[in-house]
Ligand binder design. Structure first.
Ligand code: MF3
Ligand code: CO
Length: 262
C-alpha cells in the first residue's frame, strides 16, 4: 500500500531532511585521511541528537550504528570501523533522521583526500544518475522512467547498476512501498501522484553489478573488488515537480520554497 503524505506531513519530513542535509554539509568539511568511520558515526549521532532528532538506523532490525559507512568496494550497509580512512579512498555515508516521528534518508559518497581520476568519474556519474532520476519524478510519469534514466546514464559510461537494493517509500517508517528500482524500462510501473514521498538511491559499480555479502549479514560489496558509489535523496512528488527534502545546497531557503509551492 502506498501512503500519500499531506503537505503538513511533507513539511515535517522536510524539517528532518534539513537536519540531515546540514549534517552531510559538515561531513564534506570533516572527511579526510586519518579520520575513521567510527569517528564519523559518533559525529553524526551527536549532530542528529543535538538537533532534537534521532538516528533511526541505530537499532533498526538490529543494525548497530547510526550510519552505514561503505568504503571502496563496499556497496552499502558497511559497518563503521576504527581503522583510519586512507588518501584515495571513497566512502559512502548513509543515514536516516527521525524528527518527531517523521523520517528523511540520504546517502552521499565522499572522496578521501585526492582520489584517482577513475574514482572521481564514478562519483560524478553516480551523482548525475541520482539527479537524472529525480528529473523524471514528476506527476504522470511512471517509476520505470526514473529507473531507466539512471540505468542508461550509468551504462553509457561503462558502469553498472546494483540490482539487489532499491529506493523506497518513506514517511513515519523508514521503508514503505513503493520500491524504486534503479534499472528498468520506461513507461512501466506505478504512475507517480502528488503526495508520494520516496528515496532514489542508485548504487553504481565501476565493474560488474554482482555482489557478495559479508559474514556480518549486512554489508554488501562488489564481487570483483572494484569501486562502488551511491547518492541518495528523499523526494516528494508535488504539482510543481520533485521536491528534494534532503537537498544540501540552499537548504535555508528550502522551507520558503516549499511554502511558495502550496
Ligand atoms: N538508509 C538505508 C536506505 O537507504 C537503510 C539502511 S538499513 C539500516 O534504505 F539498517 F542501516 F538502517
Ligand atoms: Co539511506
Amino acid at each position: 500500500m502506498i501512503i500519500k503524505k499531506t503537505s503538513e506531513q511533507i513539511e515535517k519530513m522536510a524539517e528532518a531532511g534539513k537536519i540531515l542535509a546540514a549534517c552531510h554539509r559538515e561531513l564534506r568539511k570533516l572527511i579526510r585521511p586519518g579520520l575513521s568511520t567510527i569517528d564519523i558515526d559518533h559525529f553524526v549521532d551527536d549532530f542528529i541528537q543535538s538537533h532534537g532528532a534521532k538516528a533511526e538506523q541505530k537499532g533498526y532490525k538490529g543494525y548497530p550504528f547510526a550510519i552505514c559507512a561503505s568504503v571502496n568496494d563496499e556497496i552499502c550497509h558497511g559497518f563503521p570501523s576504527p581503522s583510519p580512512l586512507q588518501e584515495g579512498d571513497i566512502v559512502t555515508i548513509d543515514m536516516v533522521v527521525n524528527l518527531d516521528g517523521w523520517m528523511a534518508d540520504s546517502a552521499w559518497s565522499y572522496p578521501v583526500g585526492k582520489v584517482s581520476e577513475q574514482a572521481e568519474k564514478l562519483l560524478k556519474v553516480t551523482k548525475e544518475c541520482l539527479y537524472l532520476g529525480i528529473d523524471k519524478a514528476v506527476i504522470g510519469n511512471r517509476l520505470g522512467d526514473i529507473s531507466h534514466a539512471i540505468q542508461v546514464h550509468a551504462e553509457s559510461h561503462g558502469f553498472s547498476v546494483v540490482r539487489e537494493f532499491a529506493g523506497h517509500g518513506i514517511g513515519n517508517k523508514m521503508h514503505e512501498e513503493p520500491y524504486v528500482l534503479h534499472y528498468g524500462n520506461p513507461h512501466t510501473g506505478l504512475k507517480l501522484c502528488e503526495g508520494m514521498v520516496f528515496t532514489i538511491e542508485p548504487m553504481i559499480n565501476q565493474g560488474s553489478y554482482k555482489l557478495i555479502m559479508d559474514e556480518n549479514g549486512w554489508t554488501a560489496r562488489t564481487a570483483d573488488g572494484r569501486l562502488s558509489a551511491q547518492y541518495e535523496h528523499t523526494i516528494a512528488i508535488t504539482k510543481k515537480g520533485p521536491l528534494v527534502l534532503t537537498e544540501q545546497e540552499g537548504v535555508e531557503s528550502f522551507l520558503d520554497m516549499y511554502i511558495s509551492l502550496k
